[in-house]
Design a binder for this molecule. Structure first.
Ligand SMILES: *[C@@H]1O[C@H](CO)[C@@H](O)[C@H](O)[C@H]1NC(C)=O
Ligand SMILES: *[C@@H]1O[C@H](CO)[C@@H](O)[C@H](O)[C@H]1NC(C)=O
Ligand SMILES: *[C@@H]1O[C@H](CO)[C@@H](O)[C@H](O)[C@H]1NC(C)=O
Ligand SMILES: *[C@@H]1O[C@H](CO)[C@@H](O)[C@H](O)[C@H]1NC(C)=O
Ligand SMILES: *[C@@H]1O[C@H](CO)[C@@H](O)[C@H](O)[C@H]1NC(C)=O
Ligand SMILES: *[C@@H]1O[C@H](CO)[C@@H](O)[C@H](O)[C@H]1NC(C)=O
Length: 418
């Protein structure tokens, strides 16, 4: 008795199953020429027998009361299918499974898709709402958003680059991002977030899909920053010698471009400003120009000092030339003697342990402090420049190669910069 009642209840619930259609997803965005899956299931009381299934696309928004009309995307009677959709659909055609696959999507497929079925005894049902299909039209575009109202990007700001297409942007990835045409391997989402932007992020960005489709037009991430890497380059006709012209150039990397340059000379612990141009020119150098030079580059964002450059103008009078020539001859003579000795040594002592020799060089260190005042805390410690005052005696010992231009002269050589 108990079992019979359960059986009855089961068959009754099947018989009384409600009329329903369920869609998944309700809204979808896909690329042109790709395929889309509409997942769909439906139900009806088992007393009925299924006769017709159809997917249709209403021509315009209509009442959701089962009276909708439209073009047929799928129909159990193939002849009913609209020309636009012939050979482009695959219908699941399983019991209570109304899933549909649509191939080679184009912009004209944008719209709502509804499933409707009919049974015997004039049973009919259309699933409410349907599936909303949107089509992403290439190319991709990059948009930049910041929290700033004026849209100006400064170092430290948070910046979001978004890769999107017309109408909608599919979630399917992976995406590819390029900076100055080079792939950024870590960036695979349709958004690229830079939480603290730096001057290194300045550049042209573009995006696309990995493995396919052309990438977007590039967009400039215009990060504004104070001058960096300010340094002095010396242009000279020949060497830094009396009578020659010299041009000191203050180079830097800044965005926007540097607006103000200032040149300084340090002499006898006195600092004086000597120029306000990108270049500082000396027409005919003389000993008066000896000293230490640095420049400051400034733009809207801030300023930075260059390292100090020591300038020593070589004086060539007759006396000097004579002594230089004498010295040259002496050195050549010594070298010749050494060469002869060396040949003999090689002949008589074929194998000799290398002996340690300390070079006869006296190094007097003088430390100059750089005057760079960096606005950033990371560079706030004082930068030290170390100059070595090398007095090179014209001794006959093996002396280390120095980059001296002239024997006997005092040479400033940059040992370290930290
Ligand atoms: C669909 O495919 C059949 C054969 O596969 C072909 O005969 C018919 O012309 C095609 N129809 C369209 C509209 O492409
Ligand atoms: C419905 O049919 C589709 C396509 O054949 C299939 O992928 C899906 O798993 C089916 N769903 C159910 C619930 O059987
Ligand atoms: C896809 O559709 C376009 C028109 O929208 C057509 O030109 C193209 O040949 C189709 N591609 C395939 C593989 O059927
Ligand atoms: C970015 O693109 C513009 C326009 O093509 C070009 O002028 C500029 O040099 C590029 N900038 C960089 C950093 O590559
Ligand atoms: C920078 O140069 C402009 C003219 O080029 C001048 O008006 C301005 O006063 C200068 N600013 C500083 C801080 O020197
Ligand atoms: C520094 O400059 C001032 C003014 O230009 C001058 O009076 C002073 O003598 C200079 N000091 C030295 C050590 O040259």
């Amino acid at each position: 008795m108990f079992f019979i009642s359960i059986l009855l209840q089961l068959s009754l619930s099947a018989a009384l199953a409600s009329w329903s259609v369920s869609y998944k997803p309700r809204s979808i965005c896909v690329f042109e020429r790709s395929s889309v899956d509409f997942t769909c299931s439906f139900d009806y009381p088992s007393v009925y027998t299924l006769k017709t299934t159809k997917w249709f696309k209403p021509k315009k928004p209509q009442k959701q009361d089962g009276t909708q009309q439209g073009i047929f995307v799928h129909h159990s009677e193939v002849a009913e299918i609209d020309q636009l959709y012939k050979n482009r659909t695959v219908y699941a055609n399983q019991d209570k499974n109304c899933s549909l696959q649509l191939h080679n999507i184009s912009k004209s497929d944008i719209g709502i898709y509804l499933f409707r079925f009919e049974t015997d005894y004039r049973g009919k049902y259309t699933g409410l709402g349907g599936i909303n299909l949107n089509v992403a039209v290439l190319p991709f575009r990059v948009t930049v958003t910041t929290q700033k109202m004026n849209g100006r990007i400064h170092e430290g700001d948070t910046v979001t680059l978004r890769c999107s297409t017309e109408n909608c942007t599919p979630e399917q990835g992976p995406f590819a991002w390029f900076k100055n045409h080079l792939l950024l391997p870590q960036a695979t989402e349709n958004e690229l977030r830079i939480s603290s932007v730096s001057h290194n992020d300045f550049g042209n960005y573009s995006c696309g899909l990995k493995n396919s489709s052309p990438s977007s037009d590039k967009i400039l991430l215009d990060v504004r920053y104070s001058p960096k890497n300010v340094e002095i380059t010396i242009l000279t006709s020949g060497k830094i010698a009396q009578g020659n012209s010299l041009t000191l150039i203050c180079k830097s990397n800044a965005n926007p471009a540097v607006t103000n340059y200032t040149w300084f000379r340090i002499r006898d612990a006195n600092i004086s400003s000597i120029g306000f141009d990108c270049e500082f020119s000396i027409k005919a150098a003389s000993q008066k120009d000896d000293g230490q030079y640095f420049c400051t580059a400034k733009n809207d964002m801030g300023s930075q000092n260059s390292m100090i450059v020591a300038l020593k103008v070589e004086v060539h009078d007759r006396h000097f030339l004579l002594s230089a020539t004498a010295l040259l001859f002496f050195v050549i003579a010594v070298l010749l003697v050494l060469f002869g000795l060396n040949i003999r040594r090689k002949q008589f002592t074929p194998k000799k342990q290398p002996t340690k020799q300390t070079p006869a060089v006296t190094v007097t260190e003088a430390i100059y402090e750089n005057l760079r005042k960096s606005p950033k805390s990371e560079e706030s410690h004082t930068n030290n420049l170390i100059y070595a005052d090398l007095n090179l005696p014209s001794s006959t010992s093996d002396r280390p190669r120095s980059n001296s231009q002239e024997a006997g002269a005092v040479v400033y050589s940059l040992l370290s910069y930290k």
